[in-house]
Design a protein around this ligand. Structure first.
Ligand SMILES: Nc1nc2c(c(=O)[nH]1)N[C@H]1C(S)=C(S)[C@@H](COP(=O)(O)O)O[C@H]1N2
Ligand SMILES: [Mo]
Length: 230
């Protein structure tokens, strides 16, 4: 297929997905809550910049399972499958040929630190979803890291425009300790919902718990509701 018609297809599929999840998305806490809990200036999403219980840091702590996988670009693959019409296995070149998004967003770790205004480049989860075309039955994702990490996210959160599979941070390739070559980021949810060293995205027709969710962390992880445990 020609590059331009490929792009047209992604754009068309993106618009359809947006329409399909619009109402659900409007009802998510980061868009619907009248009194989001937190303090500081109001950010571009209408939320207080610092969610309840969080403290700002300018450092960038590293959190992992005690193991940082070494995934070279030639061996890197991204598997996207499950409840989709068009499962794919992307190589690095395929991934970099997709529409690229630059964004500045905040990072909230459940262990109570937040880091503001991080600048990222990556591919929107929305555009990856447009590529694989989730079936009508798809409601959630399970994301898998090369380190065996897993985490679950609902589609109405995952398809928001600032959820990226990021390969660049502050203008440089994402360092290995922070999940390079590619990690997911979920600025509107606690950061454990974004898998570092992401390897596979599985679309699910029901919710399942990931690594931390099975160990008592919240399925939903809304920072402005102090939604840490369940
Ligand atoms: N694959 C993988 N992803 C992960 C984790 C992990 O251990 N493995 N930790 C999560 C947690 S708890 C947080 S707060 C962020 C930390 O990202 P950072 O180490 O870049 O600060 O990554 C999340 N994603
Ligand atoms: Mo975390």
């Amino acid at each position: 297929m020609e590059e331009s018609s490929k792009l047209d297809k992604i754009i068309e599929a993106r618009m359809k997905l947006k329409a399909r999840f619009e109402d659900k998305m409007k009802n998510t806490p980061s868009m619907a809550d009248e009194r989001p809990q937190g303090h500081g200036e109001i950010n571009r999403h209408g939320m207080p910049q610092v969610p309840v219980g969080q403290t700002l840091t300018t450092k960038w702590p590293v959190l992992d399972l005690g193991y940082q996988p070494n995934v070279t670009l030639d061996r890197w693959r991204l598997y996207i499958d499950g409840e989709v019409e068009n499962p794919v296995i992307l190589k690095w070149e395929d991934f970099m040929a997709l529409p690229q998004t630059e964004d500045t967003s905040d990072f909230h770790c459940v262990t109570t630190w937040s880091k503001l205004d991080m600048s990222w480049v990556g591919v929107r989860l929305l555009d990856l979803a447009a590529l694989v075309q989730p079936k009508e039955t798809a409601t959630h994702l399970m994301c898998y890291g090369y380190d065996t990490y897993t985490t679950n996210v609902s589609l109405e959160e995952a398809l928001k425009p600032d959820v990226l599979l990021a390969h660049t941070v502050y203008g440089e390739p994402l360092p290995k300790e922070h999940g390079g070559p590619v990690r997911m980021i979920t600025p509107q949810l606690y950061a454990w919902k974004g898998s570092k060293w992401i390897k596979r995205i599985e679309f699910l027709d029901k919710n399942k718990r990931g690594f931390w969710e099975e160990r008592g962390y919240s399925n939903t992880a809304y920072p402005w509701r102090n939604d840490r445990y369940s």
